[in-house]
Design a protein around this ligand. Structure first.
Ligand code: FAD
Length: 252
């Protein structure tokens, strides 16, 4: 196990050790996204919305490091679930899709992140806005809310290219149908609407519908840089206070 050394002169509030995690299960979620259930060697829990860093080391010593949000809800299983989208010509995500198998060990450190998090004391109503794989930390928040505070109203606005690209689709629709306090608004950008789903990008009308009559106490927006910019602008234009909006950017 290696410990990350702090940069000279930089204050380090705490240091997270790299550790090995065993891959316990792999599921195809969409044509481009697989979920990975990992069991870190030493794990003392996390808060919904946090992420881990993953580090790959090539035989010649070259290392690549990326961040991945945790999709599962905090529980005492000792495992975490990641959902990783394979990006064309990417370095790390195709490795997960094409090389990683059940039984492998992966280096990770975490949990990381203290702002884009939710737990029951923070309360609601919640507005969650995700684009593509930006759904992942919102899924952790939704799953956690369902188990610890199902009375907290939550609305998820989820934008994906096509119906088949909706990560955790069956679970999301199941939760929508079973949970009177959970609303789901899906926007498909590259496929005509079906079954009440919105066609096109998230716009002012969809944002207004998502906000509804109960102003969210907290809004979480996650996705690529352009997605987060657009969604945060819409949320502000709809009158949500700046301080109530939390964002997480995946780059791109
Ligand atoms: C906090 C956080 C949480 C995240 N959580 C998730 C998550 O839950 N799921 C998820 O799928 N992702 C997540 N990400 C994104 C993830 O960290 C990676 O950025 C993503 O998987 C791409 O990594 P990669 O190594 O496959 O691609 P990279 O090698 O980083 O390449 C990214 C893209 O850039 C292009 N590219 C690469 N090099 C060049 C170049 N020289 N010129 C032009 N284009 C180039 C590639 O084609 C590719 O499409 C998260 C990011 C952050 C910051």
């Amino acid at each position: 196990m290696t410990t990350v050394e702090p940069s000279p002169g930089l204050a380090q509030p705490h240091r997270l050790a790299w550790q090995e995690a065993r891959v316990e299960a792999i599921h195809a979620e969409t044509p481009e996204v697989k979920s990975f259930v990992l069991r870190p060697q030493s794990w003392s829990g996390f808060t919904a919305g946090q992420h881990v860093d993953i580090r790959l080391t090539a035989p010649d010593g070259y290392q690549a490091q990326r961040s991945y949000s945790i999709a599962s809800a905090p529980d005492d299983s000792g495992t975490i679930e990641l959902a990783i989208e394979a990006l064309p010509d990417g370095e790390v995500s195709p490795f997960f899709h094409d090389v990683v198998e059940v039984g492998d060990t992966i280096e990770l450190r975490g949990p990381i992140g203290g702002h884009f998090i939710w737990n029951a004391p923070l309360g609601g109503p919640l507005l969650l806005v995700g684009g593509g794989s930006g759904l992942v930390p919102l899924m952790s928040i939704l799953r956690h809310r369902a188990s610890v505070a199902p009375e907290v109203p939550a609305t998820l606005v989820y934008s994906a290219r096509r119906y088949d690209d909706l990560i955790f689709r069956d679970e999301l629709f199941r939760r929508r149908d079973a949970d009177a306090h959970f609303r789901l608004e899906v926007a498909l950008t590259r496929e005509q609407a079906r079954d009440g789903l919105h066609f096109g990008r998230i716009d002012a009308a969809l944002m207004a519908r998502a906000i509804g009559t109960e102003t969210p106490k907290l809004t979480y927006i996650c996705g690529s840089n352009p997605f987060v910019e657009a969604a945060a602008s819409l949320a502000l234009a709809a009158g949500l206070p700046f301080g109530s909006i939390r964002t997480e950017r995946y780059g791109g």
